[in-house]
Design a protein around this ligand. Structure first.
Ligand code: GLU
Length: 507
């Protein structure tokens, strides 16, 4: 007998059935490990995480790895590591952890049961034959719906064809003329005529179950109460509504969260975005984001907190989140907003210890964070930078030697020629040389320099540019009070002397 015709055994099915979680709120995160961790997937994980926490619910993590050719362990690692980086450690904090392929026997037993109950049938139509029907519909500009010619073939004939070894797929016998309805928790009631579905495939001839049914069986028997997933699955849901009915199990609450669009209003994809725009979680790591800012930004894609608050920690999000604030309309991804949020996090929320640790991790294998100026530079860099990457590249003059040119040291438009510049830098040198140690801070240096500017009868716009440039060697740059404090007295005096040496021959 062909293995597909092995009789169904209720006892075997009972033995294979998973023990479900039984909470009032059980959500699930079921990625397929077939690609990188994309911000859309991370946002779906986040919304599930927040919903579960908000309702003291439980969360299931499940690898949907039935596509064995495309599933990769490397993707699994990347996805779990990326989610953990964002603060969602599914390895240790999910209430159940499944792998779909491990339920293979359970799924196959269901195929035997549905076949025994005559709810599904083997369809021997070849992919080529179906394809030519699809082409014909396309040419006639009609929607293609496949109704299998085998749906009403007598059972003995179907069994004999299976036994002859003819290739087939299992299809569900979709009822005609019905309306399949479900109430989406975000989009409201959605009704679909069953006539648009056709007899869709649910398993291969070897009994291995396809996504559409495997997903329903797992959700249902693992105890999922709320399915929160991307809008791209809306079109699968009527089929799954029919499958729930076919297996005689109640429908969970279903919520489709809005698609994330790129700046061209197309579904966000790594391929179409401009270079340098983060889309994968790995990109955010590479570009030097802190995870808090990424989580904060992901939460705000398609969810409105209905308050003025913009900065949220993960635990604040867990308090504030609800599906009521999730919009149905697609949400546009705004990378500038992510950068803005990251800047807020770097400049106002993270402790110096966290900034140092994050920066050290980001810059590896460089060792800027071990530079003696780093601790003093850190608060200034964090105020001015959108990312750790900028911190590493925008302030070379805090950490390495500089050279200056005569052009940078003078401001002819403001009547600062070499003699005036020499007066300015000499005064700066003297002031910094005499400043007590405990006042060698940005504020202390500023307090000492401002009276000098007034004393010389100059304006800030005349005095400060040569001072600033002589310390940084570049324009624009950090302010001179900051730079002097970061590089310290000795180096500041050396740089002023070097600048004076450049000016002298021109005086
Ligand atoms: N494995 C599916 C995916 O990654 C899950 C879909 C669902 O949430 O039902 O898209």
């Amino acid at each position: 007998m062909h293995p597909a015709l092995t009789p169904h055994s209720p006892d075997r099915l009972t033995a294979l059935t998973p023990t479900p979680l039984t909470g009032e709120v059980v959500v699930r995160m079921p990625p397929s490990p077939t690609g990188h961790l994309h911000l859309g997937t991370a946002r779906t994980a986040l919304f599930n995480w927040l919903f579960a926490r908000r309702h003291q619910g439980q969360i299931i993590f499940r690898w949907e790895d039935t596509d064995r050719e495309r599933s990769q362990t490397a993707h699994e690692e990347e996805i779990l590591d990326g989610l953990a980086w964002l603060g969602m450690d599914f390895r240790t904090q999910s209430d159940a952890f499944y792998r779909q392929t491990e339920s293979d026997d359970f799924h196959r037993e269901w195929i035997r049961k549905l076949w025994a109950e005559d709810k599904i049938f083997p369809c021997f139509e070849t992919p080529e034959a179906i394809d030519s029907l699809r082409q014909a519909a396309h040419s006639a500009r009609t929607n293609f719906v496949f109704w299998s010619p085998w749906r009403s073939t007598p059972r003995p004939e179907l069994e004999s064809k299976i036994n002859q070894g003819q290739a087939f797929v299992w299809r569900i016998r979709t009822p005609k003329g019905e309306t399949l309805t479900f109430t989406d928790a975000i989009r409201g009631e959605i009704s679909t005529p069953s006539d648009t579905l056709g007899d869709f495939a649910i398993a291969r001839s070897d009994g291995s179950v396809l996504y559409m049914l495997a997903n329903v069986l797992d959700d249902s028997f693992q105890g999922v109460t709320h399915v929160i997933r991307g809008e791209d699955h809306v079109s699968n849901t009527p089929k799954q509504v029919l499958l729930y009915r076919t297996i005689d199990r109640p429908l969970p609450v279903i919520a489709h969260i809005p698609l994330v669009l790129d700046s061209h209003k197309k579904k966000l994809s790594k391929r179409r975005v401009e270079p340098g725009v983060a889309v994968l979680i790995q990109d955010f790591q590479d570009y030097g984001f802190c995870p808090e800012a990424v989580v904060n930004g992901l939460a705000l894609i398609g969810w409105n907190p209905k308050s003025e608050q913009e900065l949220f920690t993960l635990s604040e999000l867990c308090q504030a989140f609800d599906l009521g604030g999730v919009q149905a309309a697609s949400a546009q991804y705004d990378y500038d907003k992510m950068l803005w949020l990251n800047r807020q996090w770097l400049s106002t929320r993270l402790s110096p210890e966290r900034l140092t640790a994050d920066y050290a991790q980001w810059e590896s294998p460089q060792t800027l964070h071990q530079h003696p100026h780093f601790t003093r530079a850190l608060p200034i860099m964090a105020q001015k930078c959108k990312t750790y990457a900028e911190m590493g590249t925008e302030f070379p003059y805090f950490f390495s030697d500089i050279t200056v040119t005569i052009d940078g040291l003078t401001v002819p438009k403001k009547a600062i020629h070499p003699p005036e510049a020499i007066t300015i830098l000499t005064a700066c040198h003297q002031t910094l040389a005499n400043l007590p140690d405990d006042q060698f801070t940005p504020a202390g240096i500023k307090a000492a320099i401002i009276p000098v500017i007034q004393h010389l009868g100059l304006k800030n716009g005349q005095f400060l540019p040569p001072f600033r440039y002589s310390l940084s060697g570049t324009t624009p740059s950090a302010g001179p009070f900051d730079t002097a404090a970061v590089i310290g007295r000795e180096q500041a005096l050396t740089r002023l002397q070097n600048a004076l040496a450049v000016l002298q021959p021109h005086a």
